[in-house]
Design a protein around this ligand. Structure first.
Ligand SMILES: [Fe+2]
Ligand SMILES: [Fe+2]
Length: 338
């Protein structure tokens, strides 16, 4: 009896047709996907001389919006070393990105599998999966071009990742928060790099511009999906969710932003520097906090900010003011870049 009730509730949650505003939003996003999309092979001319990866190219030096790039230890290294580290680092972020996207694609298919006929969510999820497939090809091409044999995600996460997409069917809300935890830090970092205006290698510049453009839709969908459902959760579930959100944000953000062990070994970077960059120094802590302004806004608006949850955000070191609107730029960064 209890089980049928649960399944009935789960099914009802997938029926969105009566919510006109939500259906309109999904239609706009889906039409956007048809109108504006990219292909990794026709929109990037990988074989053009401009895209060639050549030795000693200073455009690979990490920008100062990167936590490693802004650290005095990195800046005191020789140019060649900075380039080498920069190539490895940027290549690994692309690899972690495509690992995340691969989990997301599988989760999208799992979720879409259960949606009822006529659901606009089905169409949007498949548009998003197509775009993510293109991103994974684009990122892998970038990794191959740079030529560093980077591992991507930390090993533990690689082992547990096959189970993550299975959550998308029965527990879509925690799944979508997990997806935001992957998308928000990457998107935030890429936008900051583009805003900083440093001269980048054309591969990086093109890949990031394409990614930021398409990611805006994906993040919109995740936010709207959660805004529609979270406020109606039973109080007890909302409470547990409020504690889960900061933890998943912090854990997955670290998996993306902190390079794996192979990186520190390869470049023989002192332990103290590693600790300082992730996340002992004031700058890196601020950077960490800044990544989640939009998620704090979402959590505040959907009733996920109670005193214990606030404490959890603080323990995870990602507490702070919520954004006033999505993608609100951090004024501090603009000033320091100028
Ligand atoms: Fe993507
Ligand atoms: Fe995405």
């Amino acid at each position: 009896m209890a089980r049928t009730k649960m399944i009935r509730r789960w099914r009802r949650n997938m029926d969105v047709q009566d919510d006109v505003a939500y259906v309109d939003m999904l239609t706009t996003l889906s039409e956007g996907s048809v109108r504006r999309n990219f292909n990794p092979y026709t929109d990037i001319d990988w074989d053009s001389p401009e895209f060639a990866v050549v030795p000693n190219d200073e455009r690979w030096i990490l920008p100062s919006t990167d936590p490693i790039g802004q650290h005095p230890w990195y800046q005191s290294q020789s140019k060649e070393r900075q380039i080498e580290i920069g190539m490895w680092r940027q290549s690994n972020v692309a690899k972690v990105g495509l690992h995340f996207e691969s989990i997301l694609i599988r989760g999208l298919m799992e979720y879409a599998f259960w949606t009822p006929n006529g659901s606009p969510e089905y169409r949007y999820c498949l548009h998003e999966a197509v775009e993510e497939c293109n991103h994974t090809m684009m990122f892998q091409e970038m990794v191959n071009h740079i030529g560093a044999d980077v591992p991507g995600m930390p090993r533990l996460l690689k082992w547990i990742q096959p189970a993550i997409p299975l959550v998308a069917g029965p527990l879509p809300i925690p799944f979508w928060f997990g997806i935001l935890a992957g998308e928000e830090p990457i998107d935030h970092t890429q936008k900051n790099i583009l805003r900083e205006g440093k001269t980048l290698h054309p591969i990086m510049e093109r890949v990031m511009a394409i990614h930021v453009a398409e990611e805006a839709r994906h993040i919109s969908f995740a936010h709207e999906y959660l805004r529609k459902r979270v406020p109606h959760l039973p109080r007890r579930k909302r409470f547990w969710l409020s504690l889960y959100v900061p933890v998943v944000m912090r854990v997955l953000c670290s998996a993306i932003i902190v390079p794996p062990r192979a990186f520190w070994k390869e470049f023989d970077i002192p332990r103290s520097v590693r600790k300082d960059i992730f996340f002992k120094s004031a700058e890196s802590r601020q950077m960490l906090r800044d990544m989640f302004g939009d998620v704090r806004m979402l959590a505040t608006d959907t009733g996920l900010m109670n005193p214990l949850a606030k404490l959890m955000w603080r323990i995870c070191r990602i507490n702070g003011e919520p954004s006033r609107y999505r993608s609100e730029p951090q004024r501090r960064h603009v000033v320091s870049a100028a």
